[in-house]
Design a protein around this ligand. Sequence first.
Ligand SMILES: NC(=O)c1ccc[n+]([C@@H]2O[C@H](COP(=O)([O-])OP(=O)(O)OC[C@H]3O[C@@H](n4cnc5c(N)ncnc54)[C@H](OP(=O)(O)O)[C@@H]3O)[C@@H](O)[C@H]2O)c1
Length: 346
Amino acid sequence: MKTYDVAVVGASGLVGGELITLLEKRKFPVGVLMPFNSGRTGTAVVFKGKKYACQKPTFAALKKSDLVFFVSTDEVSARFARKLADSGVWCVDDSARFRLDKDVPLVIPEVNAGELKPGRRLIAGPNCTLTGAAVALNDIHKTLNITELRIATYQAVSGAGKGALKQLETELKYYLKRGRVPCLKGRKLPRAIAFNLFPQVGGFDKNGMSVEEVKVEAELKKIWAAPGIKISSTAVRVPVLRGHSLSVWVKTRRPWTLASLRSTLAGTKGLQFAGDPYKYPTPLESVKTTGVKAGRLRLSSTSPNEFQLWIVSDNLYKGAALNSVEIAEYLLKRGLLKLPGSSVLH
Ligand SMILES: NC(=O)c1ccc[n+]([C@@H]2O[C@H](COP(=O)([O-])OP(=O)(O)OC[C@H]3O[C@@H](n4cnc5c(N)ncnc54)[C@H](OP(=O)(O)O)[C@@H]3O)[C@@H](O)[C@H]2O)c1
């Protein structure tokens, strides 16, 4: 069986951990697994029952692989990904570094797999927040042409990495012991998150938009190849461990009925739509599930040609690790991942 030597940069992080598990669970044909992290000694990951020590990445070490998943930081991706892709290594990058570069496809396979082509070895995965909207509203956009989209997000703490989860855990422990939420020194998130929420995901620009709000707008337009859509969002961090939720208000150019929307949503690839309003999805139920879930479809009472929808997806799965693995699986299935130096398992 033909196998591929795979590097995971950021293997000891939240996304990296899920990615390695998914490679094993989905039987991706990994020959040699090479995990990398910031170089902390003693960090290891387990793949197929075997322990692998994480190393600090170097170009020479990464160049030995056929496929590299970047799940660490923008800076690390910037340092290696383009150079590796130019030298023939396939790179799937989950950081924000290349997402808006013109020559880099930004891909959710069920939405725009056609962007994956032989000569484009550097591929970006999108921000975990907009993935839910991009998948859930894809067919509606294709058939009815979305003109305006308003989004309120409810983003899990794991979306900010393992340091943020640690912050929540420390705050909760402190609360249970002393009856109040502490103001931790050197915390990862801008405010306390236990029993709290805040309308800030990333820093703010001169217009008062947060980094996340800018990403949602720009990346969604790129994925749908629809620069003209008007998108406005408010990104909010909530004390949920895992699973991003979105409340969306949608206007389209073409007319619809609730019945026609229901039927389109029910047939949308990668989406599990609940027609019964009481069967709405929640983050807890979305943990480690594939795809995107939606429910609570209804007319908006502020505008006759607007509808509302509730969307949930696991930020670490479809929002990151699973999407990256699905990109690699697509490359494999389409015969794009053909490499001269791949290992052969007997
Ligand atoms: N979390 C999400 O929901 C989500 C969704 C979509 C995309 N992403 C993107 O995925 C990436 C990883 O996110 P995460 O949530 O998994 O973060 P995380 O839990 O904080 O993990 C970060 C990983 O990167 C490694 N790392 C940090 N600095 C490094 C360096 N200089 N060289 C090599 N490795 C380094 C860390 O290694 P150590 O263990 O040694 O510190 C760790 O393995 C980020 O780019 C993020 O934007 C995350």
